[in-house]
Design a protein around this ligand. Structure first.
Ligand SMILES: [Ca+2]
Length: 195
């Protein structure tokens, strides 16, 4: 699957920010480690990322050979037969109040096991103070059953670190809510400082 963005899909949904341009990121600009998911920490977890879920933080995702750019690996978010309400991965980034960040990923519906029912994925940023208390949380537009199986689509959001924030957790969550099996593949996650 190649990255071939189309502006004909997924329009008109309420978005924090939805950007249709291809990412022209220099590697140094991306504050996330291993955003292209080419390096593995275990059989299923990409290096540099932490996993969580409603099932004792067990991670049911795995890797896919579908790739959004030039690598050979992406992350496959799967809803197994188990009743997992949500699961995901995240990375913490050091921030200062007032700094603005764009958080983006490329997503495609899993052609073999497409999303079903109300299952959906979403980006979020959780802001924490120096004591580890969550100050605020903001969300991107969701992707779901309408998401293309043919093309990679970029989802992006912009967030501004609130007063007292020292850390932002950049989170990708799959809400499956006990729905039937299905999932999506995701690649090229990036967090960049923006104006
Ligand atoms: Ca990749």
């Amino acid at each position: 699957m190649t990255r071939n963005l189309s502006s004909g899909l997924l329009l008109l949904l309420i978005a924090t920010t939805l950007v249709w341009t291809q990412a022209g990121l220099a590697a140094d600009d991306n504050l996330l480690k291993n955003g292209n998911f080419e390096k593995r920490q275990s059989q299923s977890l990409p290096m540099g990322w932490q996993a969580f879920s409603s099932d004792k933080n067990h991670w049911y995702g795995t890797f896919s050979r579908e790739d959004a750019s030039t690598g050979s690996s992406s992350v496959s978010f799967l809803n197994s037969d188990k009743k997992v309400d949500y699961q995901g991965i995240f990375q913490p980034v050091r921030v200062k109040p007032g700094q603005r960040f764009e958080f983006s990923v490329y997503v495609a519906n899993d052609p073999d096991h497409p999303l079903s029912g109300l299952s959906h994925g979403q980006l979020s940023i959780e802001w924490f103070d120096a004591q580890g208390k969550e100050l605020d949380r903001s969300w991107s537009q969701a992707w779901g059953t309408h998401t293309s199986q043919e093309k990679w689509v970029k989802y992006a959001m912009v967030g501004t670190a609130p007063a007292k924030a020292v850390q932002g957790n950049f989170v990708i969550t799959f809400f499956s809510g006990g729905e039937t099996t299905g999932g999506f593949v995701l690649d090229d996650a990036a967090v960049i400082k923006t104006k």
